[in-house]
Design a binder for this molecule. Structure first.
Ligand code: UN1
Length: 506
């Protein structure tokens, strides 16, 4: 039981995060919590002109921030990581209020931010390029990495802060100011994070004004970022539909893009799989965050010899999973974000049934009244790999298909638009290595004996095909936030031309 109204809890949590944002602006943008369907705040919105001013301020900040030594820039991110640790519980609660995540998942999202800050601090001393052998005597060739410019970050409701931080922590150590356009459904978490960032800025002392800014409002603010030649890189997380708009706009002005779009992630359960482990991994991958992760497992191919072993166990787990208010109940599955999500889930299940699918679950649950949308996750046994199975429906639906031939299963696995994440459950070395090979999973993330979701920050995160091709977070993703210069230095007294070309002016 909540001991206070949700809007009071929201105000108290925002206050604890240090956010000065007014939460009851007359005529402002309503922020609705999916937990109860209540409006928890009405916020002032930025105009397109405000966005232009923010871009200009960020451009000015770039001029000085790029000259600050990278390890010193890392110090700001180190302080931010410290402040995040202090604010973890409050930020996690904001994620739960705005996105409907369980406390554990809300805190997990904040932990991803802390982890990427730690990563970025180390990176701030490792932004190095290669020294390359030259064909000319008395010459040296090397690569230098320089700050790129202003980075625009567009984020989605389902991860209201971690993806911002994957981008921002790297961008800041790379010498780039950041401009954040959060989802209209989750602006409060963004404002809370910004307040926590401001605390780090204060302790840091001499960061330029406008190094990190948040733009609250509608699509016209995203457009201001995609259309401005002063925004060097746009990193956008969201639907493939959104990416189809953002990508061409940024490309038309030769800006850079990192796109992290929809997935249609699948698992393959092979005859030799550890069934208990597979069951648990699939349950989290498919039902966690109420099926609203871009990495959610949406399709499952099960070998015919183990189908009757694992599918009944899965159906049991689906029937018994707890669905409830994430703030009060300890339930594993919280609400869908809104009515539109519920409608698209219902429509997909109807379509699946029309194609011969057997639907288990999927009903609306009576939790928190008419304005909140809680559902029993659905598992659908499909006779065909077709229709809604080929699309991403952002809801907890797992389509299960039986297979007999591994290669055919692999082919079906790859026969969808999305290319984000994938898993194989096997203890057979041949199947495992085939899945990870050039003819295996075509996704940006390919896992063995773990689910499709819950990636660590140390790896590059993103996917192929309609997922957009971008990579964020760990590994060498930092390179996207910098520009590379190839430098050739002649320290000889001669001027030999490359490729043996002569040009003797006498
Ligand atoms: C997303 O859903 O946009 O791998 C990001 C995961 C998380 C990130 C998901 N670390 O599930």
């Amino acid at each position: 039981m909540l001991t206070e109204p949700l809007n009071a809890l929201t105000a108290r949590t925002m206050d604890a995060c240090g956010s000065p944002a007014a939460l009851d602006v007359a005529g402002g943008m309503a922020v609705v919590s999916p937990v109860t369907g209540e409006t928890v705040a009405t916020l002032a919105v930025h105009s397109a002109a405000d966005a232009q001013a923010a871009v200009d301020l960020a451009s000015a900040a770039f001029k000085s921030w790029r000259m600050v030594p990278a390890p010193r820039r890392g110090e700001l991110v180190r302080l931010f990581g410290e402040e995040l640790r202090r604010a973890k519980e409050d930020l996690g609660r904001m994620v739960s209020i705005e996105a409907g995540k369980s406390p554990s998942e809300g805190l997990g999202e904040v932990q991803e931010m802390i982890d990427i800050c730690d990563f970025a601090v180390g990176l701030s001393r490792q932004l190095y390029g290669l020294t390359i052998a030259t064909e000319r005597p008395g010459h040296r060739m090397m690569e230098t990495w320089h700050p790129l410019g202003v980075v625009g970050i567009i984020t989605a409701f389902n991860f209201p802060c971690a993806p911002w931080c994957w981008n921002a922590a790297l961008a800041l150590v790379c010498g780039d100011p950041v401009l954040w356009k959060p989802s209209e459904k989750t602006p409060l978490t963004a404002l809370a994070v910004q307040a926590v960032f401001e605390r780090a800025v204060e302790r840091f002392g001499d960061a330029p004004e406008g190094l990190s800014q948040v733009l609250v409002g509608g699509p016209e603010l995203g457009e201001a970022l995609t259309d401005s030649s002063k925004v060097a890189l746009v990193s956008a997380t969201g639907s493939t539909r959104m990416g189809r708009i953002v990508g061409p706009k940024v490309a038309a002005r030769f800006g850079r893009c990192i796109l992290e779009l929809g997935g249609n992630n699948a698992g393959i359960v092979c005859p030799s799989a550890d069934m208990d482990m597979a069951l648990r991994a699939i349950a989290f991958g498919a039902m966690g965050t109420a099926g609203q992760r871009c990495t959610t497992m949406r399709r499952l191919f099960v070998h015919e010899s183990v189908y009757d072993q694992i599918v009944p166990a899965l159906k049991k787990a689906y029937a018994s999973v707890s669905v409830g208010n994430p703030l009060t109940s300890g339930a594993l599955v919280g609400p869908l974000i809104d009515r539109a999500a519920f409608d698209s889930m219902t429509a997909a299940l109807k379509e699946a049934a029309e194609l011969g699918g057997t639907v288990h679950g999927g009903s609306r649950e009576a939790v928190e009244g008419e304005a909140a949308y809680y559902v029993k996750p659905a598992i659908v046994e499909m006779p065909v790999h077709d229709g809604p199975v080929l699309r991403e429906t952002f809801a907890p639906i797992l389509y299960v298909m039986k297979y007999s031939d591994f290669d055919a299963a692999l082919e079906a696995h790859n026969a969808v638009g999305g290319g984000l994440s994938s898993s194989i459950f096997t203890t057979d070395l041949r199947e495992m290595e085939t899945f990870l090979s050039a003819r295996g999973s075509d996704c940006g993330i390919a896992n063995v004996n773990i689910g499709t979701s819950g990636a660590e920050i140390g790896g590059a995160f993103g996917g192929e095909k309609e997922t957009g091709g971008g990579r964020e977070s760990g590994s060498d993703a930092w390179r996207a936030y910098m520009r590379r210069a190839t430098n050739t230095i002649n320290y000889s007294r001669e001027l030999p031309l490359a490729q043996g070309v002569t040009f003797d002016i006498g």
